[in-house]
Design a protein around this ligand. Structure first.
Ligand SMILES: [Cu+2]
Length: 122
């Protein structure tokens, strides 16, 4: 019983580390526009967007919320261990995503939040 409680708490902590839903920043235009220089110049290490890629299995798709949940492998570029977490995703990515799909994905990471920008069968 005690062991079960401890492992549940540990799992919750891991999920909280990078699965948090932070501010819903409308980042698409800023990320893809070549004229996003002001933001890049002012970016601190905490606020800077990083591009990464990952792989994993889709466990949930929520078109209304604009999120895809993926049980992903470690993502070394941002020091994330393997975990299940939800990512923001645009309509094109949501259309491609289906529960149970094993995928690779491109990711823009800002703070502890990731947005999937492209998804590929894997
Ligand atoms: Cu994660």
């Amino acid at each position: 019983m005690i062991r079960t409680l401890i492992s549940l708490a540990g799992g919750a902590l891991v999920l909280a580390s990078c699965g948090q839903q932070a501010d819903p920043a409308p980042g698409e235009a800023a990320v893809e526009s070549p004229s996003a220089a002001p933001e890049a110049a002012a970016a601190s290490s905490a606020a800077a967007a990083k591009t990464a890629y990952g792989a994993g299995v889709i466990t949930a798709v929520d078109p209304a919320a604009g999120t895809v949940t993926i049980n992903h492998e470690p993502i070394k570029a941002v020091n994330w261990p393997a975990m299940t977490m939800s990512f923001k995703a645009g309509p094109a990515v949501i259309r491609e995503a289906a529960i149970g799909d094993r995928v690779q994905f491109d990711l823009t990471v800002r703070g502890g939040t990731g947005e999937i920008t492209a998804i590929y069968p894997h």
